[in-house]
Design a protein around this ligand. Structure first.
Ligand SMILES: [Zn+2]
Length: 59
């Protein structure tokens, strides 16, 4: 029986099988192989991240 992937890396689409360590982004609910893949994903999604989680305010 082959291990079914528990998650898929958001940056490189690698299957992440159960039991291995990975990075989980709890805001966007995506997985990455490691911090380098997460950084790659973040670089592509930074605008969306900012739109969702930051805004300009008057103090
Ligand atoms: Zn990856």
């Amino acid at each position: 029986m082959t291990a079914k992937p528990a998650a898929v890396c958001a940056a490189c689409n690698a299957n992440l099988p159960e039991g291995r360590s990975a990075i989980y982004d709890s805001l966007f609910e995506v997985y990455a192989c490691g911090s380098s893949c997460w950084s790659e994903w973040y670089a592509e999604n930074e605008a969306g991240y900012k739109r969702r989680w930051t805004e300009a305010v008057d103090l």
